[in-house]
Design a protein around this ligand. Structure first.
Ligand SMILES: [Zn+2]
Length: 332
């Protein structure tokens, strides 16, 4: 049984290909973080090597080894542990070498490249050579949050599989039925995860994720309600976080965006579709203090900041401009 949730279109496509024996040599699985890309890739690796009657059975020796990361013919390639920012050409050369050897215990060798957009240009070119001369019994599965960053030559060699975010109601049902999460909590997590079930499952078992969200929201409310002095005092912290991890700062900006989009929804009378359902009354109060175009301007400002940071703008300057762009709230 396929473990990936809510991706029936892609699953039935793969299922048909397996039945017809028309599996592609390379797949590009595109979707947001935690949407189920790795689960799908591992399920496909299981289906290709399954010894049971109904692949992927999940029960046979091969399926179990793949699930626990112990199958000799299924390899996951990602950022190595030396804190490097890219997948190196050396890693891809090893893949190339290994792909020339026959499968060790299964029918197919499967190479899953997690974060394929993080391959260096040399690594991507090296992979391209391998994709251009596909060896029998070797399947590449590239996972990426953004197909646009990969060289077009690599993309054109792959069959593209899009994994869209799930509906909040679908996530809520899975959380409560399959994972035993209490309904109200499931409802909140389903909205916070934006259709990416993996995040909701993590947050259901790890309190720290919701604690972290609470801290970040508190910081945001301080900034919104604070004077420019208070706001500017946050900037060095944001700059330091940015130095540590760009992803961390993007998470914070995403949370800010959610908040301001919620204010917009409340203002437009669509309060039932907000993300932060546990802060509904604060949002309703706060929305009264702003005009619609002010809220839209802040949303644009947060998006612009994210874009500037991606284009290597000076982070200090970018955050300061953002702080200035948030209008003082009621009483602020
Ligand atoms: Zn099996």
């Amino acid at each position: 049984m396929w473990q990936v949730v809510g991706q029936s279109r892609v699953v039935s496509l793969l299922q048909r290909s397996l039945e017809r024996g028309s599996i592609a040599h390379a797949y590009l699985v595109v979707g947001p973080p935690h949407v189920g890309k790795m689960t799908l890739a591992l399920n496909l690796a299981q289906a290709l090597n399954c010894q049971g009657d109904d692949p992927p059975c999940g029960l046979c020796d091969s399926c179990q080894k793949i699930a626990s990361g112990k199958h000799a013919d299924v390899q996951i390639i990602g950022l190595d542990s030396n804190n490097s920012a890219e997948i190196s050409i050396d890693q891809i050369r090893q893949v190339q070498h290994s792909s020339n050897l026959p499968p060790f215990e299964g029918r197919y060798k499967v190479f899953i490249i997690d974060g394929a957009e993080l391959m260096s240009t040399e690594a991507a070119n090296c992979l391209l050579k391998t994709l251009e001369e596909p060896a029998a019994g070797v399947i590449f599965i590239l996972l990426t949050t953004s197909g646009g960053v990969l060289p077009a030559t690599v993309v054109s060699r792959c069959q593209r599989l899009e994994l869209p975010p799930l509906a909040a109601s679908e996530v809520e049902d899975v959380l409560s039925q399959r994972w035993g999460v209490e309904r109200q909590r499931a409802g909140l997590l389903a909205r916070l995860c934006h259709g990416c079930l993996g995040w909701a499952i993590l947050a259901a078992s790890d309190e720290r994720l919701l604690e972290l969200r609470a801290e970040r929201l508190e910081g945001l409310l301080d900034i919104i309600g604070g004077s420019y002095t208070v706001r500017f005092a946050y900037v060095p912290q944001l700059v330091a976080w940015f130095g540590q991890s760009r992803g961390l700062v993007q998470e914070i900006l995403d949370l800010w965006l959610d908040w301001w989009r919620d204010l917009l929804l409340v203002k437009l009378g669509s309060g039932s579709t907000i993300t932060n359902i546990d802060h509904q009354s604060t949002l309703v109060d706060m929305a009264r203090g702003y005009r619609l175009e002010q809220i839209r301007a802040v949303i644009n400002g947060i998006q612009a900041t994210g874009e500037q940071l991606r284009q290597n703008a000076n982070p200090r300057l970018a955050f300061e401009v953002l702080m200035l762009s948030i209008p003082p709230g009621r009483g602020g």
